[in-house]
Design a protein around this ligand. Structure first.
Ligand code: SF4
Length: 381
């Protein structure tokens, strides 16, 4: 791979007001986060990794957690230190309840170009069942205010299939998207992840059964397409020109660097890196890496397959083989879900709602791989 490939940089800001019952991310809901120490640790990690990446990133993404809980100095100091390419996409995630006119003006001033709002639902009764205490009450007004400020793009997250959400209620969410003319939407079907409050409820949680979940997804695809908002990844939909530059690095073989507690990276030498996920350890560590695996490690081969398949461009077969040493073969049983050419394998419409299961079958059809020892971690010169 050419070392001049475009690359993205992710910064994890883990602080949240509270932990939502469905959330399995690395978050910390303490009252007084150690913002300054964490900012110093992020800058330390950046300087440690800098020599591994050629040139500057074309995207910078502040995700979380709830980045809108971090002080302006964190964004400012990181943007100054990282120096993304001129015209780079710089995204910050925000919870609607934190978004004030002042915050938007400050973020614009330090160079943020794109806002991703964790709306989840525009309706307080649905939001409350997702444990979103205030955000849904103010979501409409915040989306309008954010769109008015003139960022290059604005995205919203919505959750479907949650407790108490009927087909009619989901249709109402999609009507709000249309009314507000949001240019980018990320849709997530509610799942019950292990270790979350919803996960612990098991069967007791009333959520959409498979048929209704599927209807909600397919209906959203059609309703958004009718508004000119097209699916470019399983969960992501955009008007032309509003596709996220940063997120598309995740669904391609491009390298990306993740800074912060629990962050993942794909280094330019194709190592798959995972940082330690405990805040205390991250703050103290001289180097916060917890795992490092080469691209032909089974976990890395799975990650590449799963992530590239999600994007509308699908998997570049030659590139996949170059990275992992494995030749992909589509089993006949997946013909309804995948289309293939000598160059690429892509999801068909019927494959998108079941993309994870399709990826798993495709992966299972690969020749068995011997687990290799992780390569020694590449260290900066
Ligand atoms: S605000 Fe977002 S990151 Fe924080 S707990 Fe809720 S879903 Fe997770």
């Amino acid at each position: 791979m050419s070392r001049s490939r475009p690359w993205g940089l992710y910064v994890h800001l883990p602080w949240c007001r509270y932990r939502c019952p469905y959330c399995a991310f690395v978050v910390d809901a303490r009252k007084d986060p150690p913002h300054e120490a964490y900012q110093d640790a992020l800058l330390r990690e950046w300087h440690l990794r800098r020599p591994l990446f050629v040139g500057s990133p074309d995207s910078l993404y502040f995700g979380g957690g709830t980045p809108s809980r971090s002080p302006l100095s964190t964004f400012d100091s990181l943007i100054q230190a990282i120096q993304p390419l001129p015209g780079a996409e710089i995204t910050a995630e925000a919870n609607p309840e934190d978004v004030t006119s002042q915050l938007l003006a400050d973020w614009k001033r330090v160079g943020i170009t794109r806002i991703s709002l964790g709306v989840q639902s525009f309706f307080p009764e649905i939001g409350a069942r997702l444990g979103r205490r205030r955000g849904s009450r103010v979501a409409r007004e915040v989306v309008e205010r954010t769109l008015d400020v003139g960022f290059r793009s604005v995205s919203i997250d919505l959750i479907f299939g949650g407790p108490g959400q009927t087909e009619v209620a989901w249709e109402a969410e999609l009507l709000e998207v249309e009314r507000l003319a949001v240019p980018h939407v990320s849709l997530y079907g509610l799942t019950q992840e292990e270790g979350t409050a919803f996960g612990r409820l098991g069967e007791c949680l009333e959520r959409a059964e498979d048929d209704r979940w599927r209807w909600m997804y397919d209906h959203a695809v059609q309703r958004l397409a009718a508004q000119g908002i097209h699916r470019y990844e399983v969960s992501n939909f955009a008007r032309a020109g509003h596709e996220s530059v940063h997120n598309q690095h995740y669904w391609s073989p491009d390298p990306w660097l993740g800074l912060g507690v629990g962050a993942h990276s794909w280094w330019p030498d194709h190592q798959r890196i995972k940082n330690r996920a405990d805040i205390g350890g991250y703050l103290e560590a001289a180097d916060p890496i917890e795992e490092a695996e080469p691209a032909d490690h089974p976990l890395a081969a799975w990650d590449y397959l799963w992530s590239m398949l999600r994007h509308r461009d699908g998997i570049d077969r030659a590139r996949y083989q170059e990275l992992t040493g494995l030749a992909l073969k589509v089993p006949a049983s997946l013909a309804d879900f995948l289309e293939e050419s000598p160059e690429r394998i892509r999801l068909r419409d019927a494959g998108y709602p079941v993309a994870d299961a399709v990826a798993r079958r495709l992966y299972d059809a690969l020749p068995s791989m011997k687990r290799r020892s992780p390569l020694p971690v590449m260290t900066p010169p």
